[in-house]
Ligand binder design. Structure first.
Ligand SMILES: Nc1ncnc2c1ncn2[C@@H]1O[C@H](COP(=O)(O)OP(=O)(O)OP(=O)(O)O)[C@@H](O)[C@H]1O
Ligand code: NI
Length: 337
């Protein structure tokens, strides 16, 4: 059984402008010790997905459907108190884009890590401090003993992100959710943090859900990737397979827009158009308004995720023969836009 099984998750925001279908039927699994990437453009619903897992959606937002099975329990059925005391920051920890907002400026970095260690284990204050130094060492912070006694503002951006990762590890979580943890960092530091995620995963055997808009980044860290578009998973595959053999037209466009070391910037081929609003998304396939190969049926049929290879599925009508059982659409089944 997988550590995390998300099934048909739906999270909507009930705004004055209408219902934002931010996450609309998302399913994925994360095995023990596995890293999976959630990838997609801005607004695809990546952050809302990971926040939904932990009950971090506030009004006017609401998880309206689906289940989140984590280590045998359904998190959507937990109370806020259970989530706070038994799940967040203990079984599952978060690493966000902006480490400054997660670190308290008035305490030393070592103190903040030691506090979490103390809370989650029966170590003494002194032992917790030693553990904090060890953790700082594990995440590649030089002179960890001296560094532990410094304040967050004395750390560089990259070091702060490392400290935050040490903090996330300090409770020995089964799962780390990282939402764009390297986006604010320059490219060299970004690469170092990605390497660090790789090391951590090996050393701690922690599962990771890694959120990013950058397919080049997931290449470094992820075993499997779920590509999201406008609230849905449009393609899912092991990374190598996705990279070599992308099936969904959206993934194909995304991959074309990845900067490769051998390419100059002017060779880039970004996806045309912008993502439509999640308030009144296109009928049928949500990508069809930007899809280079869309046909009439794409407006009528909401494509299911069709198996296109081992552990590889794609939600595109192109593969309906693989699906076999997909029913012929009737014209008035869905409104044509
Ligand atoms: N509090 C909110 N109220 C209304 N709509 C929201 C709210 N939070 C998110 N949304 C909407 O939900 C959709 C998904 O947003 P989300 O933040 O998950 O995107 P994302 O994939 O994480 O993008 P990014 O790469 O920019 O972080 C967007 O259309 C966004 O406008
Ligand atoms: Ni986001």
């Amino acid at each position: 059984m997988s550590l995390l099984e998300v099934e048909d998750l739906r999270t909507y925001f009930y705004t004055e402008g209408g219902i934002v279908q931010a996450v609309d039927g998302v399913s994925f699994e994360v095995g023990r010790g596995e890293t999976i990437g959630l990838v997609g453009e801005s607004g695809a619903g990546k952050s809302v997905t990971v926040k939904s897992l932990l009950g971090l959606i506030n009004p006017p937002g609401k998880v309206v459907d689906g289940s989140v099975r984590f280590d045998g329990r359904d998190l959507t059925e937990c109370t806020e108190r259970e989530l706070r005391q038994e799940v967040r920051g203990s079984e599952i920890s978060f690493v966000f884009q902006d480490p400054m907002s997660a670190l308290n400026p008035v305490f030393t970095v070592g103190h903040q890590i030691a506090e979490i260690v103390e809370y989650h284990t029966d170590r003494s204050e002194k032992e917790a401090h030693e553990r904090a130094v060890e953790l700082l060492d594990d995440v590649g912070i030089p002179d960890p003993e001296q560094r532990a006694d410094q304040y967050p503002h004395e750390f560089s951006g990259g070091m702060r992100q490392r400290a935050l990762i040490a903090m996330a590890l300090s409770c020995s979580p089964k799962l780390i959710i990282a939402d764009e943890p390297t986006t604010a960092l320059d490219v060299t530091i970004q690469a170092q943090i990605l390497d660090l995620f790789d090391e951590i995963q090996e050393k701690y055997d922690t599962s990771v859900v890694y959120v990013t808009h950058d397919l080049g980044v997931v290449r470094e860290v992820c075993d499997r990737v779920a590509v999201m578009y406008l609230g849905k998973v449009v393609e899912h595959a092991p990374y190598e397979e996705l990279y070599r053999n992308p099936k969904h037209p959206y993934t194909q466009s995304l991959l074309r827009s990845v900067v490769r070391p051998d390419e100059r910037a002017d060779a880039l081929n970004p996806i045309e158009g912008t993502m439509p609003s999640a308030i009144d998304p296109p009928s049928g396939c949500r990508f069809r308004t930007r899809c280079p190969v869309a046909v009439d049926d794409c407006a009528r049929i909401e494509p299911p995720r069709i198996d296109v290879g081992p552990n590889h599925d794609s939600a595109c009508i192109l593969y309906k023969d693989e699906y076999g059982k997909m029913e012929e659409p009737t014209l008035h089944e869905r409104g044509q836009r």
